[in-house]
Design a protein around this ligand. Structure first.
Ligand code: FAD
Length: 314
């Protein structure tokens, strides 16, 4: 494959019709101008310039490498539950990981990046396999959960992670968790969006299906009672400064529950949910977030940091 040569930046390359031609030829199932609002939990934002739903790990690798060779920006996403897409959309190729294979050897589970996490945890519960039950109601994919070290109730995915299969600088590697600097809702992968998670292996242990099922159901009920699930959101918007200092408390103490910008507001039910109503724009949300950060800093001295990844913002 030869990349068009008379271009300077990825944005220019994306506008070059020859790039689209090569991409269409090389990437089966390529879609163009796909509204991301309908694919993301937040329900806001503009279109993906190009998009592909990669149903196998091979397709995922091929799509990423092809777009990179053409000089296009590449964004790999899972189930889009922790991203905020800008109103102008996302340039280049957006790849949705839809590789959904799993293998189980004894208590060692390997799950491909596109596997939907709550469905996986429910299946494991039926088989009497524990270790990921805390994640039974964390929406999203295995890949997204590894990148953000998703967690709840003091547990996170890195706790039972054995290794991660990555695509890095055009090559596949299997790395141990030590290399990925896991911390509270973070990992090295958060600052390296060029690295693609292909699959991850988890060490599980035996549990009773009825207990696991009950734990997942109780967690779901707790979430329904505490979270404004009737609105679109990305879950908790800001990271907690520490376990003793939850962001929700700081926002509530600053008197910001109900604060509104356009069609976005700070939830009355849970202050760390910045929810989007029908017709909200990404701009409403980011303006609201900036105001929350400013007022919390003013009232408590704490600097809040976003958990969500922004896409398509300069
Ligand atoms: C109602 C609600 C409740 C939530 N509750 C929780 C909770 O309790 N705990 C918690 O931790 N989170 C929670 N979240 C946030 C979200 O569910 C997690 O962050 C989840 O792990 C994101 O997975 P995803 O597949 O949707 O990732 P996406 O939103 O698709 O992507 C998130 C980031 O990961 C990257 N990424 C995704 N897949 C790959 C891949 N294969 N390779 C490389 N990079 C990749 C993306 O580029 C992006 O930077 C909640 C969200 C919602 C909407």
């Amino acid at each position: 494959m030869t990349a068009p040569s008379d271009r300077d930046t990825p944005a220019e390359a994306a506008r070059d019709p020859r790039v689209s031609e090569v991409l269409r030829r090389e990437v089966p199932g390529l879609e163009e101008g796909v509204p991301l609002a309908s694919l993301t939990a937040y329900g806001v934002g503009g279109p993906a310039e190009f998009l592909v739903r990669a149903g196998t790990t091979g397709m995922l690798i091929h799509a990423v490498l092809t777009a990179r060779e053409l000089g296009l920006p590449v964004t790999v996403l899972g189930r889009c539950t922790n991203v905020l897409v800008g109103d102008a959309g996302v340039p280049g190729l957006t790849v949705l990981a839809r590789n959904e294979g799993t293998t189980l050897h004894g208590d060692l589970l390997r799950a491909e990046a596109g596997v939907e996490l709550p469905g996986l945890v429910a299946d494991l519960a039926e088989q009497g396999l524990a270790g990921l039950a805390f994640a039974g109601n964390i929406p999203g994919s295995v890949g997204g959960a590894v990148v953000g070290n998703a967690g709840a109730y003091g547990e996170s995915v890195s706790d039972c992670l054995v290794d991660v299969h990555l695509l890095e600088e055009g090559k596949e590697h299997v790395v141990e968790p030590d290399r990925l600097d896991f911390g509270y809702r973070t990992s090295l992968l958060k600052s390296r969006p060029d690295i693609v998670v292909l699959s991850a292996a988890f060490r599980l242990h035996r549990g009773r299906p009825d207990e696991l099922r009950r734990r997942i159901a109780e967690d779901a009920a707790l979430r329904r009672s505490k979270h404004p699930l009737e609105y679109a959101s990305c879950g908790s918007y800001f990271k907690n400064p520490s376990r003793e200092t939850p962001a929700a408390r700081l926002i509530e103490e600053a008197g910001l529950k109900g604060l509104r910008v356009g069609r976005a507001h700070v939830s009355e039910k849970h202050a760390n949910f910045l929810v989007a109503e029908e017709g909200a724009t990404a701009d409403d949300i980011t303006t609201l977030a900036a105001e929350v950060v400013r007022r919390v800093k003013e009232s408590s001295g704490y600097e809040l940091h976003e958990e969500v990844r922004r896409l398509g913002f300069d």
